[in-house]
Ligand binder design. Structure first.
Ligand code: TGC
Ligand code: FAD
Length: 392
């Protein structure tokens, strides 16, 4: 990829709403992405390789568990800082943001919220530093949008649990040291278990041939009579609300992240529109191209305002799951539209790896599907405003 010339749009002077700490955290992440992600990401995606070397860097910049208290290795930051970090990482690549948001919201968060003190002390510092990588197993071959039907189960055998079943589409799985696995007890109740690499009967085959999120490793989790020590149960919350609570945090991060991908596409198209001459004029001087750019910056600005307010509500503990769904759905859809229009603005160059747009466009096909699909989030909003459940 050519030199990273990214300049972030801030059409409504949103920086005025951010604290000094927010700006410091955001800019540090932005610099790290320019230094450590932009030079390597195109090749990693072309080769469909997870750039493992970024894991320690993500730990160093505090991208793992930014809102987890410092005593457990986190950075003790607020939700807006978390969002800004996710925005900057996804500006680099959705797969990089995935690695960080899974580790933060789907691995560290459940251990912090639903685990006991011993588990927090044992696992969180190593996850925060990047010494350990985690993954989150909810989706199964027969249960994606409806995780309540999951078949993965465990039996209480006195001195340990016996875990059986399989999960698929699991980010970070092939390299993960631990997995947060959601499984049903003999009483048909969903619980979280910490499963560690090396436990007999536990394997993590990689999923190949993805056209999207190629720099993120995806795999299955297979449990064949895995003996899980009883102390690995996350005992403080059970039921579907436990994994869905983690998803609230991750979906919030994705709502911010999608803005980063959209910003990168917009910024690239804007620069190109000033440099590319056709019919003796820069293409940015043509009304049809201006319409695309004007709509892009309008939608990015609206999404920024939505997430900033959502961040305030989350800081106050007042954001509802439905409000988070609206932001995830809106912002990913917004980013997809911008990526498609921006790609067209670059003509043939838009399909090459010289520019990041096509990569973002392909990545966003995963982002719109995982953490609840576009339609699932629409139904959540529909249920929230009407009171009628259209899922079943
Ligand atoms: P339903 O009966 O509505 O709810 C069951 C219980 O859960 C509670 N609940 C929530 N709690 C916290 N946060 C939320 N967002 C919640 N939504 C619901 C609810 O109150 C209830 O509690 P209780 O105490 O009454 O039992 O459940 P349902 O079976 O009808 O399903 C609802 C539905 C469809 C919204 C939900 O299952 C859903 O969100 N489906 C989408 C599945 C999904 O998002 N999977 C994501 C897998 S992880 C992933 O994709 C990671 S990708 C990461 C990356 O790489 O970045
Ligand atoms: P399905 O649930 O089969 O849905 C197929 C279609 O039917 C969708 O368009 C959906 O919107 C629609 N649909 C389903 N139900 C309804 C309904 N009631 N009304 C209307 N339409 C409906 N999962 C994890 O647990 N952990 C991870 O780390 C993880 N990482 C992922 C990484 C990638 C790259 C991808 C692609 C997925 C990942 N997932 C992960 C899985 C992801 O969460 C699921 O793919 C997603 O929840 C959708 O499930 P599904 O693929 O089984 O689709």
């Amino acid at each position: 990829m050519a030199t990273d010339l990214f300049k972030a749009p801030d059409y409504y002077n949103l920086d005025d709403l951010l604290s000094e700490e927010h700006i410091m955290v955001r800019d540090a992440t932005r610099d790290w992405v320019k230094r450590s992600i932009s030079p390597i990401i195109e090749e990693a995606c072309q080769k469909a390789e997870f750039p493992k070397q970024i894991v320690s860097g993500l730990g160093e910049i505090g991208a793992f568990g930014p809102y987890i208290p410092e005593e457990y290795g986190g950075a003790g930051l607020d939700q807006i800082s978390y969002g800004l970090i996710m925005q900057e990482l996804e500006r680099g690549d959705s797969g990089v943001r995935s690695t960080a948001s899974v580790q933060s919201s789907l691995v560290m968060y459940p251990i912090y919220k639903y685990g006991n003190e011993e588990q927090r002390k044992k696992y969180l510092p190593k996850l925060a530093s990047g010494e350990h990588l985690g993954c989150f197993g909810l989706t199964e071959p027969n249960h994606g949008s409806n995780p309540s039907g999951m078949e993965t189960n465990f039996k209480d055998l006195g001195d340990h649990y016996l875990l059986n079943g399989a999960k698929m589409w699991i980010s970070n799985a092939p390299f993960a040291d631990i997995a947060i696995v959601w499984a049903k007890s003999e009483e048909n109740r969903i619980h979280g278990l910490i499963v560690e690499r090396g436990m007999e009967g536990f394997s993590t085959p990689e999923t190949h041939n993805k056209w999207s999120l190629r720099a993120s490793a995806t795999g299955e989790l297979v449990f064949d009579n895995v003996k899980v020590p009883k102390e690995n149960l996350l005992a403080n919350k059970s039921g579907l609300g436990a994994p869905l609570g983690c998803l609230d945090s991750a979906r919030f991060g994705i709502a911010w992240g999608a803005i980063g991908a959209a910003m990168d596409c917009y910024d690239t198209a804007l620069r190109y529109s000033k440099e590319r001459i056709q019919f003796d004029k820069p293409i940015g001087a043509f009304q049809l191209q201006q319409k695309k750019l004007a709509e892009m910056i309008t939608e990015i600005t609206k999404a920024q305002l939505l997430t900033f307010r959502l961040g305030q509500l989350r800081n106050e503990g007042r954001a509802t799951s439905a409000q988070i769904s609206m932001a995830k759905r809106n912002n990913v859809d917004m980013a997809m539209t911008i990526a498609r229009d921006a790609r067209q603005m670059l003509g043939g160059m838009g399909i090459t790896g010289e520019y990041p747009i096509m990569r973002h466009m392909m990545n966003l096909e995963s982002v719109v599907t995982y953490e609840g699909t576009h339609d699932i989030h629409l139904l959540i909003t529909g249920m929230d405003v009407t009171g009628f459940n259209a899922f079943k």
